[in-house]
Ligand binder design. Structure first.
Ligand code: ATP
Ligand code: MG
Length: 574
């Protein structure tokens, strides 16, 4: 700034005398270089003080500004103490308060519309900084071009107009975090929207955070049980893993995520459910389900519905991740669900196009890959030196007509450690959860699977693949020999075994007993449709008559004798 000629404007009620002029002159030369000139304008509004405007810098020494400064300091003190016990805070702040001339950087709005404000004059603002508009609403700097900033607005733009003022805060966007958030529904800025009392925060964390470094991580080695047989047996998920749930609309994606949250009861896992661009009624019904099942006690719901401004939808998953990081830093295991990232990408595309960025493939901006990779890379199993906590992520992506090769699905498939592919056709045929085992994988969870489950699952995947092949072949030939008919019936039974209604998580021992009995073909006479009922009966019998066996399995072990005992017990079930 020093080589430019700057004009400083001084606003005050009375004209400054020579002594004051000389003082201002000295200050300006020191700060802005020799070429600075001072101009005085009479402003009767400015009482008891002055306002000095140099470019975007405003030195405000008026009564209002000093009061505002005091207010801010009391507020900041309250934030850092964690609570707002007002009276001692005011006392302390007053004692510590030394009025100073604060330089505010103030810019002007060039244009505003569609939730985007174009701002001039804030030369030193940085990417991600929060700015305050003249009506008190907030925005975030998201686009930096010479002489102009693009800001996304978190509120509506009613009180903001061309020429109105914008103030820098010097702070990046962040959310308050703390244990008080458990059981609550909050918006993308961490403010409660469930009608409850204010949430007491323990910390304020920036929403953009670097992912843990390699040295701070350890391999995934503890299972995160979903309670869904098809997933826990063949697509095991480990704590710290990122497993994508992908499928067309209305194929049960959300149900899998919600069931997984419900299954974390008494498992010492904290859950964060992030709803992005969904209908408010859908979010309400999810919250109801979580409340009804008692899962809300250990869950935070972050919601930016379809009606919320695109910037809030953009911010929501980062806010959810930041909350998850708070708990993980405390050594806790955390599960975070992003429902869903296709809508997140759409909100980001809308923002980018409004900011005038060049559209790329499918009109998404070029950095849409980075958008999701920097989010998902933050899930990790932290090293013991960092407390050993973990963040497991279940991002959800909606496909169009099963097209997994579209831009956003391929991006996210490449960032995650596997995917659970849900198929519309299976779903409509009643095979729910509609997991297509052939197209689904879990790349790291196998290491985390318990020995009992590994032993029980045996050849399930192979048997199912064989059944699928035979099923296709069966469509061409009516006459089948007995052996083939047997294999088909067995396969069909396995498919029925994998059917599971919503909100009915299966415990580890129930899953293991079911698998052992079904894979041993314990009920050769039963119709495939009946198999599930028989297996449930068997689990009940084992629970009441072989309690020791059940608890051994819960401990992760399955001996050959246990296996034989299960098969023997199955012989008495009818
Ligand atoms: P959207 O694309 O609208 O987000 P989605 O893929 O998230 O849908 P869900 O909302 O989970 O799908 O489920 C769609 C419907 O299917 C719901 O009415 C739900 O009750 C039903 N459903 C989901 N899973 C099962 C299941 N395992 N058994 C029976 N019904 C189920
Ligand atoms: Mg859904």
């Amino acid at each position: 700034m020093s080589d430019k000629r700057v004009t400083a404007v001084l606003y005050s009620e009375k004209e400054p005398d020579d002594v004051r002029r000389a003082r201002f002159g000295a200050f300006l030369r020191r700060k802005y270089g020799a070429g600075t000139s001072l101009e005085w304008r009479c402003d009767p509004e400015v009482r008891n003080g002055f306002k000095l405007v140099v470019g975007a810098d405003v030195y405000n020494w008026t009564t209002e500004a000093r009061l505002a400064q005091l207010k801010e300091e009391i507020y900041a003190a309250g934030e850092s103490e964690g609570g707002f016990d007002v009276i001692p805070l005011i006392k302390e702040s007053l004692e510590k308060w030394r009025p100073r001339v604060v330089a505010d950087q103030i810019g002007k709005i060039i244009s505003v519309g569609d939730g985007i404000a174009s701002v001039s004059g804030l030369d030193e603002a940085f990417y991600g900084e929060i700015v305050i508009f003249s009506d008190g609403s907030r925005g975030m700097v998201h686009d930096l071009t010479e002489g102009r900033l693009g800001c996304m607005m978190f509120g509506d733009d009613e009180g903001v107009y061309e020429g109105s003022e914008v103030r820098r805060t010097g702070r990046v966007a962040g959310v308050p975090c703390g244990y008080g958030f458990l059981g609550r529904v909050v918006d993308a800025l961490g403010a409660p929207i469930d009608g409850g009392i204010a949430i007491e925060a323990e910390e304020y964390r920036p929403v953009e955070q670097a992912a843990p470094a390699i040295i701070d991580r350890q391999p995934v080695n503890k299972p995160l049980e979903t309670g869904i047989l098809a997933i826990d047996s063949m697509l095991p998920i480990g704590r710290g893993q990122r497993e994508l749930i992908i499928g067309d609309r209305q194929t049960g994606k959300t149900s899998i995520a919600v069931d997984t949250i419900i299954n974390q009861k008494d498992k010492n896992v904290i859950c964060v459910y992030v709803a992005i661009g969904q209908k408010a009624s859908s979010v309400a019904s999810i919250v109801n389900t979580l409340r009804r099942t008692g899962a809300m006690e250990y869950t935070v719901v972050v919601s930016a519905t379809a009606a919320d401004p695109a910037p809030l939808q953009y911010l929501a998953p980062y806010a959810g991740c930041t909350l998850a990081e708070f708990f993980a830093a405390e050594g806790k295991d955390v599960l975070v669900v992003y429902d869903d990232l296709s809508k997140h990408a759409v909100a980001y595309r809308a923002l980018s196009l409004l900011l005038g960025r060049t559209p790329g493939r499918e009109a998404y901006p070029g950095d849409v890959f980075y958008l999701h990779s920097r989010l998902l890379e933050r899930s990790a199993h932290l090293s013991d030196a960092r407390g050993g906590g973990s963040i497991t992520a279940l991002p959800i992506v909606e496909t169009q007509a099963g097209d997994v090769a579209a831009y956003i699905p391929t991006n996210i498939i490449s960032i995650t450690d596997g995917q659970i592919f849900l198929e519309g056709e299976m779903f409509h045929a009643g095979q729910r959860p509609a997991v297509n085992i052939g197209l689904s994988v879990s790349r790291v969870g196998g290491d985390a699977q318990t020995k009992a489950m590994k032993k029980a699952v045996g050849t399930l995947r192979l048997d199912l693949a064989q059944y699928r092949e035979m099923e296709a072949f069966m469509q061409f030939s009516g006459d089948l020999d007995d052996a083939t008919r047997r294999r088909l019936k067995y396969g069909e039974g396995l498919m029925y075994m994998l059917r599971q209604p919503r909100n009915t998580p299966m415990s580890l021992h129930a899953q293991v007993i079911t698998l052992v009995a079904a894979l041993a073909d314990s009920f050769p006479e039963a119709e495939p449709q009946e198999l599930r009922g028989l297996l449930d009966k068997l689990v009940g019998i084992c629970e009441s008559e072989h309690a020791a066996l059940c608890s051994r399995i819960e401990g992760g072990e399955l001996t050959d004798d246990d296996k034989a005992a299960i098969i023997a017990a199955a012989a008495h079930v009818s």
